[in-house]
Design a protein around this ligand. Sequence first.
Ligand code: 5GP
Length: 202
Amino acid sequence: MIERKNLLFVISAPSGTGKTTVSGKILKEIDGLIPSVSHTTRPRREGEIDGKDYYFISGEEFKRKIDANEFVEWNEYNGNYYGSSFENIEKAEKLGKDLLFIIEVNGAGNIRKRHNNGIYIFILPPSINILRERLVHRGAESGEAIERRIKIAGKEIQHYTEYDYVIINNEIDETAKQVFSIISAARCRKNNLIMNSEESAK
Ligand code: 5GP
């Protein structure tokens, strides 16, 4: 049997860049790819489903999970805690699926320390002004909260050099196509093949 290693894809992007929409499209269109559902202490937003978008847990529960070493990485972001559990990686391995993380830059850096064979993708907004316009248009937050996100975004953007691929999100469908292409190409990389001795002797 010729097989392929299970791959780990990590996408980071400042909030408002469109990563949730892009990842929704990717997960719908690409077979054999499952999301890493994170745990968070952030309150659930309207329309979000517990266990699908996130596992929404209390601060105490989050702390208990840190102490029990259940997270491959975790981080504080904008006053809330977010973490990716080892269980997600184990689940993907068991199912023989590739795994998609959508996490902020510090978390991505911590995953990279353990999994340097992962594929790291950064999605950039076309400009900070366009990002601000998108956040205002979303209408979910006050001007002050938006400016706080813009400030965080400015810091996050500086990390783009740590990623393998950088996509400028001018248009969502085009961005999704580019992520699709990166995933397809990564799946064909020779180093991701597992060739047993019987096959290689043929
Ligand atoms: P939001 O509150 O907008 O859903 O997410 C805030 C930020 O946290 C986003 O950049 C999102 O990608 C990131 N994030 C979501 N889950 C995780 C996680 O498990 N770990 C880390 N480090 N960041 C996460």
